[in-house]
Ligand binder design. Structure first.
Ligand code: ADP
Ligand code: MG
Ligand code: MG
Length: 879
């Protein structure tokens, strides 16, 4: 039997989102629960995959089923495709498994051609109807040309603008039937000019081309970037929905809207949305006219509004989550065109989750599971300093479209935003409105400010998704994008001028307003409290200053998983001594130099122990190659020569001798301790003395130092360094007359260490995966240079994501698993963690949970993300 490639809405349900895509599955579900949905059908995501397998062609079997379902749709709706008496017009809409707002393409009013237009008008003498028909026709030609044939929108927009100018009107709504008719003719002519052929008039041809275009859009560059950012696999494909049109642009008794059952910016439990009279599709979000707030719809469309409020209630009770809906009113009657769990800011997500628990919609575990860990990032980022904010006077106000505080230099294009960011500058992107092409620039900006567009405009939706601060629709701005200048309240802003925007209030300020760090309180605290009840993984932090350590503690870190000690050599008061040690000729000389550093390092460690209040602190011994510490400036070299009492030439020769062709694989990590055991001795003394002092001060704390040896590749190597550490530590403990336990473990970051973990575990009290190096060495490409070519790997579909950002579970992960499996039986006390960048990446955290690690360690601001991700991994497992 042939595979089923098509489903009527009434054949599907919400559980079929993998096959029908999110939009199709929810259209089916809404149909099932009796909501007013125009009845159409969905072409499956498998058909999309098949399209690519067939070399970007829709095969006959699929097209055959599509036509069969067109016939079924015609029968259900009592209208016929291409018919002159009773024509059926349809929309062709993409819809992937995971929602990708604005990423792919939709075509409306498909099925129109000159004959159908003529016949429709002949059947209805109302001049308003004629206007509507031509309005639909010109929209269709424009959308089809843009989306299907890839003739840029701009050509058509230019024609509209010319027409408006000729007619002396501001809004498209003021164009008459005759104007729109003329416009449709101009559009067709433009189509022919651009493509050298006539606009296709056969509805079936139009349909086939449109379906192909949706499949093709799955692979457009925007969609690929979005997928990478959101961990959506390329292999999923998109479904296509074909459904009868309902017409919000029919007359003044019609319109189109979008709404959320709760406020997606704050989470407040009240209907929020926008409605635009006599309009179609994207009009409401594209900023062509300013829509009315949904509350106003109540006065102008009371019946439809009342129905809509009912629908909202039904949907929330059905999905138990905040809904994002698209709808149209045709002749005062409501039609539902889309619903989905609404995207929301992190702040709103927390409030909604707590409210849903309080309202009995969700359990605590479900509430924890519904927060996107990645989004918490925004809450942890700075907010405006309240005092400074009060003192500042806003220049103007737009809509607070995505909360947070942003300040930086004004730029006017997405490309500039990217370029300036690359130079290390903070920028605020200011635009008339944004479009999907701007996405990478929006990501590079601290905040986004737009002149046009409402709460559901492209800028607002995308910014909320990214957690970037956004103020939209500040119409008081006079914008000159071309010359990169705008004015607001009499102030002129040029490229590079400082500006601050508040995404919560919508306020816009001249200059830079200082920001302060955020804290975990209120709903955030409540959710994190629940998360901590469910998770098994412990969460530590990577910190090497008391300030970072304190921050991490506030954010819930249960220890330090990685304290890098290199910065402790770099500071002004010790770098001279360290350089002395590098230049020394004998071990004795080196010890003298290192002795000068010891008290500083001991002090550093004491402060860390203080900050951690008895929680574990894992200190990694010196890791980078020595050449990173020697001077490069002539003057510094001379100073060093003088201090060493050596000729400048000798110092230069020494520096040159430290040069390595491949420093990442060079003389670093425990290899340094093998060559210079004095360094490990000094660091051990500093750790143990600091711990003993801390214990004396706080007898109730359990101070149990963890010493971590980096870059081990062989057990004998570890054994050698460990012996140095243990002898020194025992000597120190004895000398102090103290009693203290300590641990010596190793980073696992070289493939050979994973392969021989059963040997290494005999000597190690713990393993900690350094997945940055492990990834680098497993792939064999440099983490500092791979950025240059990884882009080609994404473009050519070899990689879907950056293995340094998202753990490669298949390769690197397999090595980790092997290390755990080999290590644990040899040393049942062995504890295992991860301290690479991946420790704060939600999907990687889930993996760490699965392979049974004891803890993850990440940068302080990622600690809450890791706590939540760890809880979600545990909750997922419970199911
Ligand atoms: P997106 O995924 O970008 O939101 P959609 O497929 O939802 O794209 O289409 C965008 C808009 O087009 C919808 O919000 C709706 O206003 C309009 N639209 C789509 N299909 C129809 C239809 N059958 N009748 C009327 N309007 C439609
Ligand atoms: Mg769209
Ligand atoms: Mg939509």
């Amino acid at each position: 039997m042939a595979k089923k490639w098509t489903y009527l809405f009434k054949e599907g349900n919400a559980g079929m989102r993998e096959l029908l895509g999110g939009k199709g599955a929810n259209l089916a579900e809404m149909t099932n629960i009796g909501l007013p949905v125009p009845q159409g059908f969905t072409i499956t995501t498998e058909a999309c995959t098949q399209y690519y397998e067939d070399g970007r062609k829709i095969n006959d079997e699929i097209m055959g089923q599509v036509m069969e379902y067109v016939a079924k749709m015609e029968e259900i709706n009592g209208k016929k495709f291409g018919d002159l008496k009773n024509p059926l017009l349809v929309s062709v809409r993409s819809g992937a498994r995971a929602s990708m707002p604005g990423m792919m393409d939709t075509i409306l009013n498909l099925g129109l051609n000159d004959e159908v237009v003529k016949a429709m008008i002949a059947g209805n003498p109302d001049p308003k109807f004629e206007r509507f028909v031509y309005d639909s026709y010109r929209r269709f030609i424009q959308m089809f040309s843009d989306v299907v044939m890839e003739v840029g929108k701009k050509y058509f927009e230019a024609l509209i603008d010319e027409m408006k100018e000729r007619k002396g009107v501001t809004f498209d709504i003021e164009l008459t039937a005759a104007d729109l008719k003329e416009l449709a003719e101009e559009f067709k002519a433009e189509y022919k000019k651009q493509l050298g052929e006539d606009f296709p008039s056969d509805p079936v041809t139009q349909l086939k081309l449109a379906i192909e275009a949706v499949f093709r859009s799955w692979d457009n560059p925007r969609a690929n970037v979005y997928r990478r950012d959101n961990d959506i696999p390329y292999s999923w494909g998109t479904a296509v929905n074909v459904m009868p049109m309902v017409f919000g642009n029919l007359n003044d008794d019609s319109g189109t809207g979008v709404a959320f059952t709760r406020d997606p910016a704050t989470g407040e439990n009240k209907l929020m949305g926008e409605f635009l009279k006599n309009a179609q599709g994207e009009d409401v979000v594209a900023g062509v006219r300013t829509p009315m707030p949904i509350s106003q719809m109540e006065q102008e469309f009371p019946e439809a509004y009342a129905d809509f409020v009912k629908v909202c209630e039904i949907l929330e009770n059905h999905y138990h989550d905040m809904q994002d809906m698209e709808f149209t009113v045709e002749n005062r009657k409501l039609y539902m065109l889309q619903c989905r769990n609404g995207k929301r800011t992190a702040q709103a997500a927390l409030k909604i989750a707590c409210d849903l628990v309080d309202e009995g919609h969700k359990t605590e575990a479900e509430a924890v599971a519904m927060i996107e860990p990645r989004n918490l990032d925004t809450l942890l980022h700075p907010q405006f300093d309240q005092k400074a904010l009060k003192a500042a006077t806003p220049l103007g106000k737009g809509l607070g479209a995505s909360p947070g505080a942003a300040c930086g230099q004004v730029v006017f294009t997405a490309a500039d935003a990217e370029a300036w960011k690359a130079q290390g500058k903070k920028v605020v992107l200011v635009r008339l409105e944004t479009s999907p092409e701007d996405i990478t620039g929006m990501k590079a900006a601290q905040g986004i400010l737009t002149v046009r567009g409402g709460m559901t405009s492209h800028a607002a939706v995308v910014a909320r998704g990214m957690g970037t601060c956004c103020v939209s629709g500040c119409s008081a701005i006079t914008m000159d994008e071309e010359n990169k200048v705008f004015t607001l309240a009499g102030e002129t802003f040029r490229e590079g001028d400082p500006i601050s925007i508040d995404g919560t209030t919508g306020n816009i300020y001249k200059g830079i307003i200082p920001t302060v760090d955020a804290s975990i309180a209120g709903e955030f605290g409540r959710i994190m409290g629940w998360a901590d009840k469910f998770r098994r993984l412990k969460v530590r932090t990577n910190a090497d200053t008391p300030r970072d350590a304190k921050k991490a503690r506030e954010l819930g870190a249960e220890g330090i998983g990685l304290c890098r000690t290199e910065h402790m050599f770099f500071e002004a008061d010790r770098i001279a001594a360290f350089r002395e040690m590098i230049c020394a000729d004998t071990a004795e000389e080196r010890e003298v130099a290192l002795a000068k550093i010891l008290p500083y390092q001991q002090g550093d460690f004491e402060q860390l122990y203080e900050a951690l209040e008895g929680c574990p602190v894992c200190i990694r011994f010196l890791d980078p190659p020595l050449h990173e510490f020697v001077p490069t400036e002539e003057a510094d070299i001379e100073l060093l020569a003088k201090a060493q009492n050596k000729p400048v030439e000798d110092i230069k020769a020494l520096i040159a001798s430290l040069h390595e062709f491949n420093p990442m694989m060079g003389h670093r990590g425990c290899r340094l301790a093998v060559t210079y055991p004095e360094i490990a001795k000094m660091q051990t003394r500093a750790v143990i003395r600091a711990a003993i002092n801390t214990m004396k001060k706080h007898p109730d704390w359990n101070v149990r130092p963890e010493i971590m040896i980096p870059l081990t590749c062989d057990v004998k190597e570890l054994k050698f360094v460990k012996k140095v550490v243990v002898e020194t530590a025992d000597e120190e403990i004895k000398a102090a007359g103290a009693e203290m336990e300590y641990e010596v473990g190793t980073m696992v970051e070289i493939p050979r260490a994973c392969l021989t973990a059963d040997e290494i575990a005999k000597e190690a009290d713990f393993f900690c995966f350094g997945t940055n190096d492990l990834t680098q060495m497993t792939f064999g490409f440099s983490r500092d240079d791979s950025g240059k070519f990884l882009k080609d790997y994404y473009d050519k579909k070899i990689f879907e994501s950056d293995p340094f950002a998202r753990l490669d579970q298949d390769g690197v992960g397999k090595l980790m698993k092997m290390a755990v499996t080999l290590g644990r039986p040899v040393n049942p006390k062995l504890h295992v963690g991860i301290c690479g960048e991946h420790g704060g990446d939600p999907t990687s955290v889930e993996f760490c949970h699965k392979i049974g690690l004891d803890y993850v360690s990440c940068s302080p601001f990622r600690v809450p993300i890791a706590r939540l991700a760890a809880a979600q991994a545990a909750i997922k497992e419970m199911k």
